[in-house]
Design a protein around this ligand. Structure first.
Ligand code: HEC
Ligand code: HEC
Length: 432
């Protein structure tokens, strides 16, 4: 019976969303389960048709955009083309199997749809891959903000031992420089031979074309009547009101992606941690070597990474703090949270409804919300309405999949108001 209710919800969504999207053809998948890189590129071609990379993206305030572009990496078609080739090129990894698009897959919302990512040699990290969609509009990079810009960020996975695996930037550059087609592309883009900084710059330029902020929510904001269903509209009211999501995930002209760019402990995995002990360990390791490589290793390969922002700042107030992620396109970028511990948006909203896991560093803004089960559904419906129309088909499929899963697995469903309401709902149906 509960399934029935959700099916109605997703049907409404499917009808409301344009049947845009792309068709998968029979190309072999890339290693590590990623979509074939050529298939990904074709899908992206279709979505970026008519986009002029040298102009501010539609839906983004041109002044804001200008303020985000680094002086030494202006957008040119040549830089974007080079960066795009590098982004999809597995030769940019030590064993030739992993590209950026392995973990930031166009057909998976520019993520890998795994709780945590798998790099070369099938090595698993401890963090969930955020989407590269709209990363250009974030104030810092990574869950703990350890890189400041897209340019800095792009250089790190290439030399990370469990991601793309080169020993250092020189080794990676030498491999790229040996590939004949790259020489002229670097010349055209930056007027010099391949070097590591330009690899980072070109990839960043390409990522700046991945601005996807054209959702039905935006149509609603622009005044289009009926852009949101009544349920989604109510979800928006809850988002900005009772559920207080907008305090950390603001969605407005100066904050187009729904992040305050600040670090908060929202009690995601606090139950499993002895934060004090981890902090002592982190300080000991960082005292020996405080380099970005050590920070990366601690973050991706040890449970010290659960300290989040603390590993970067060593400031006790930052324990368990992670940068507020974007909520744009969130329907297609699960699983959720820094550790990929939540499978569906229902799980996420249940988490907030419950008030997060208690711990001494829990953000003051996280408190039980007393949302009813139908309010939870409305809020989730609204989150799915934040997906760019170019991903409408994928979004509808994900919503259906998550809704079905949420009917069978809801870690937090068995407490509080939502449970009582759901039972009441079932009783009403059962009594008919
Ligand atoms: C093995 C999987 C893997 C590969 C390969 C990989 N990434 Fe990531 N990426 C991740 C994970 C996991 C994170 C989050 C790590 C963290 O926050 O500690 C991440 C974070 C990011 C972010 C930050 C987004 C945000 O919201 O802060 C960007 C941008 C990004 N990657 C781009 C790239 C680019 C560009 C490449 C290729 C040069 C690349 N990634 C290669 C898994 C991967
Ligand atoms: C106090 C600030 C704060 C508030 C309030 C808040 N969030 Fe978050 N949100 C965060 C942070 C920080 C994370 C990442 C936490 C982590 O991974 O440990 C996050 C993660 C998420 C994610 C996961 C995104 C992803 O890509 O993994 C979603 C979805 C989300 N929040 C939606 C909401 C909704 C809906 C509300 C309102 C019910 C809300 N948030 C309220 C700060 C906040």
């Amino acid at each position: 019976m509960r399934v029935h209710r959700i099916v109605i919800l997703s049907l409404a969504w499917a009808v409301a969303s344009a049947a845009s999207g792309f068709v998968l053809v029979g190309d072999e998948p890339a290693p590590h389960g990623a979509t074939n890189f050529d298939v990904q590129q074709r899908a992206l071609d279709a979505m970026l048709q008519g986009v002029d990379a040298t102009k501010p993206p539609l839906g983004v305030d041109p002044l804001l955009w200008a303020s985000l572009l680094p002086a030494d990496n202006a957008m040119t078609a040549e830089r974007v083309a080079l960066g795009r080739k590098l982004y999809f090129d597995p030769r940019l990894s030590k064993d030739g199997t992993v590209s950026c698009a392995t973990c930031h897959d166009v057909l998976r919302g520019l993520t890998d749809r795994r709780p945590v990512s798998e790099g070369i040699g099938d090595k698993l990290g401890r963090r969930n891959a955020p989407t590269t969609l709209n990363a250009a509009l974030l104030g810092s990079m990574f869950w703990d903000g350890r890189a400041a810009t897209l340019e800095d960020q792009a250089k790190l996975p290439i030399i990370n031992p469990i991601e793309m695996g080169f020993a250092n930037g020189d080794e990676a550059t030498a491999v790229i420089a040996k590939i004949p087609e790259y020489g002229p592309l670097f010349q055209a883009a930056y007027g010099r031979a391949p070097n590591y900084d330009d690899i980072g710059r070109a990839i960043a330029a390409f990522e700046r074309t991945l601005v996807f902020v054209n959702s039905r929510f935006d149509a609603h904001r622009a005044g289009k009547a009926g852009a949101l269903t009544p349920s989604e509209s109510n979800g928006l009211s809850l988002y900005e009101g009772k559920a207080r999501c907008a305090t950390c995930h603001p969605l407005n002209g100066t904050n187009p992606v729904g992040s305050d760019h600040v670090f908060h402990n929202i009690g995601v995995s606090a139950r499993h941690q002895d934060f004090e002990k981890l902090a002592t360990r982190a300080l000991a390791e960082l005292a020996k070597d405080g380099s970005i490589e050590t920070i990366e290793r601690l973050a991706l390969e040890t449970d010290v990474g659960e300290l989040g922002r603390f590993v970067v700042t060593r400031n006790y107030a930052d324990i368990g703090g992670f940068r507020t992620p974007t909520v744009r396109n969130v329907g297609i970028t699960g699983p959720y949270m820094h550790d990929g511990s939540m499978q569906t948006l229902w799980d996420v909203v249940d988490h907030y409804n419950k008030g997060g896991e208690a711990n001494p560093w829990l953000d003051g803004g996280i408190e039980p919300l007393a949302l009813t089960e139908s309010e939870i559904n409305d809020l989730v419906a609204f989150l799915f309405a934040l997906t760019d129309e170019r991903f409408a088909q994928d979004n509808a499929a994900e919503m259906k999949r998550q809704a079905e899963r949420a009917q069978t697995v809801r870690p937090f469903r068995d407490d509080g108001l939502a449970r009582r309401e759901r039972d009441g709902f079932e009783d009403r149906l059962g009594n008919r």
